[in-house]
Design a protein around this ligand. Structure first.
Ligand SMILES: *Cc1c(COP(=O)(O)O)cnc(C)c1O
Length: 600
């Protein structure tokens, strides 16, 4: 009998053979949310159907390179959280928007001008349409919301379903069908409608599908409207709602909080919620999504210790904790390093804390693996940009969203000085990153890098790769020698790309902000740029120290070690793996969320 249901137990991952007479007795079939599953035992069935789950809400989730529903670190983190939860067999369900036209696909002209194209994907090609739908009220219309199911399967056997919410449903007006098209696209009203679909639609759909929920975890404030639906359910008992909610804040910039004028809110939101007395939680002047999430969650955390301290100043009267971000080790370790770790650190992938043993790997093999990864990147760069990088030259990587505070051009502040450094120890650089379509500043930064590259082209190779995404992130964070990060403190709440680099023995050179305040042991795990956040300096003084560190460490520490003392360099690479990657990984993050946030 070819069964219609998946032949893998969704709880423990056991392969099920319905033809096997020995196991047949144990097999249980059940539908959940309209999907049929086979379970290897009654226990697993009970676990799956009856145990309440963690419902993880995120506006963006980057789970694979083929589903372009992410714009940057926030979404990639959400994807990594799903992966770790599946590894740990945690009962979780994740919710996000279908974003059928993705974030956008970036093209760059010869002069570095960004062009944007829809990055379309079709959920019906590989995802399962949940048979049950729900509705939300938007501008007095009933808007139907459906969900596409993606099941993330871990090699450990665990599985986490992701529901991609979608309003492209027959019967909705043409305009409403477009609500879940563009991630971070459109105007404020469009965004507010998306957040209604995510927060309110998400909670309603979970109920419809039969999910019992232990905690609602809001990854950023975008999904905070879910608290309205919970307040309604709990007859306005805020304490009950708080006990159910966990909020992770990701930005220390007040201007970045989603805020909506009540005039617009009154026009768009269901009257049913307008009657709830929610201004006490969401703010008197505007509906502030961050305040709403903050006021209605018992557990609130920032994403690094530095970010926690800054958030405490930003939100006096709230107990803000911190869980420093991490990355999914297997995903962000490149194929050659996976093979190397398999050889020396068996079971590292499911237990990445074991990477602490990386110090034992012979230097020669670490270098060979790195060189292969570097050649792979160099091949990719040549294919996509025509630029031939030199594998013998120290290669610096810088890739992340192109936006003002990330300061991608800081290294060009003193071109003359940079060329001096380059004379004493040769350097080449690879950049990548998209600017949000409305981020004029971010777009200008990309153009400026093109201009600098052109000005120094006789002395130094600088290439900017188009369309930064998870695939390119994987190649860059494993194929360069040094990973550079120069944000304006304290704007980098955590940052995660440097953790990806560390997994591949790529050495970090970064401003002391976000996670690097915790990760940097000067000269051991990498190098710092600029003063420690505890030092009291003016902005001008800080910039002066930053530039001094940037150039002088490159000239007197980094290039001389790279070219002159290969064993010392490999020591730094191994320290990056053993002292950074083993700790800044998402399984540790999840274990902390489970013990600190989910069981309180
Ligand atoms: C990891 C990742 C990021 C985050 O980079 P940061 O340097 O932490 O901002 C952004 N975009 C993509 C595609 C990534 O994979």
């Amino acid at each position: 009998m070819k069964s219609e249901c998946s032949l893998r137990c969704p709880v423990c991952g056991t392969q099920i053979d319905p033809g096997d007479t020995l196991t047949r007795m144990q097999i249980t079939y059940d539908t959940f949310g309209g999907k049929k599953y086979c379970f290897c035992s009654k226990n697993c069935r009970q676990h799956f159907i009856e145990d309440p789950k963690i419902a993880y809400f995120s506006m963006e989730i980057g789970i694979t390179k083929d589903i372009p529903t992410y714009s940057g670190g926030l979404g990639v983190l959400a994807g990594d959280i799903v992966k770790a939860s599946a590894d740990l067999k945690l009962q979780m369900v994740a919710l996000t928007l279908a974003s059928r036209k993705g974030y956008f696909r970036q093209k760059l002209t010869e002069r570095g001008e960004q062009q944007e194209f829809p990055d379309e994907w079709n959920p019906s090609k590989s995802l399962f349409l949940m048979p049950k739908k729900t509705t939300v009220t938007i501008e007095d219309r009933q808007v139907k919301v459906q969900a596409w199911l993606y099941e993330h399967q871990s090699p450990t056997g665990g599985m986490v379903p992701i529901l991609f919410l979608d309003t492209d449903v027959e019967g909705n007006t043409p305009e409403d069908r477009r609500i879940t098209d563009y991630l971070y696209g459109g105007d404020k009203r469009y965004r507010f409608k998306q957040e209604i679909v995510l927060g309110i639609g998400g909670v309603k759909l979970l109920k419809e599908l039969g999910f019992k929920v232990r905690k609602y975890h809001m990854n950023e404030g975008h999904s905070a409207l879910l608290t309205f639906e919970l307040l309604k359910d709990k007859s306005m008992d805020a304490e009950k709602v708080q006990t159910l909610c966990v909020f992770t804040t990701h930005t220390p910039i007040e201007a970045a909080f989603d805020q909506y004028p009540y005039g617009m809110v009154n026009e768009v939101l269901d009257k049913e919620y307008l009657m709830l007395n929610f201004k006490q939680y969401a703010g008197q002047e505007n509906l502030n999504m961050t305040y709403l999430a903050l006021n209605l969650s018992k557990y609130v955390n920032g994403v690094s210790k530095a970010h926690m301290e800054y958030s405490r100043k930003l939100f006096p009267g709230h107990y803000i904790r911190s869980v420093t971000n991490g990355v999914h080790s297997y995903t962000w370790t490149c194929p050659v390093f996976r093979t190397l770790f398999d050889k020396y650190i068996p079971s590292w992938a499911n237990e990445p804390i074991l990477l602490v043993r990386a110090l034992e790997i012979p230097n020669r093999e670490v270098w060979d693996a790195h060189f292969k990864a570097k050649m792979d990147l160099i091949g990719f760069v040549e294919k996509s940009s025509g630029v031939k990088l030199d594998p013998e030259v120290l290669t610096i990587g810088f890739a992340r969203r192109a936006t003002g505070y990330k300061r991608s051009t800081l290294i060009f502040s003193d071109l003359h000085r940079l060329m001096e450094v380059n004379k004493s120890g040769k350097i080449q650089m690879v950049f990548a990153g998209k600017a949000h379509p409305r981020d004029v500043d971010g777009k200008r930064l990309i153009k400026e890098i093109y201009e600098y590259a052109d000005r120094v082209k006789e002395q130094m190779k600088i290439v900017y790769l188009e369309n930064y995404n998870m695939e390119i992130a994987g190649k860059l964070t494993s194929g360069v020698d040094v990973w550079l990060n120069t944000p304006v403190p304290p704007m980098e709440a955590s940052g995660t790309s440097g953790m990806k680099a560390a997994h591949n023995g790529v050495v970090n050179f970064s401003v002391l902000d976000g996670w690097w305040v915790e990760g940097c042991v000067e000269g051991v795990t990498g190098w710092s740029i600029g003063p420690h956040p505890k030092e009291l300096v003016t902005d001008e003084e800080r910039k002066e120290v930053e530039l001094r560190d940037l150039y002088s460490k490159l000239e007197y520490l980094i290039t001389p070690t790279f070219y002159g003392d290969r064993d010392e360099w490999i020591e730094l690479m191994k320290n990056s793996i053993a002292r950074i990657a083993h700790y800044f990984q998402i399984q540790w993050v999840m274990r902390r969320y489970i013990t600190e946030a989910y069981i309180i």
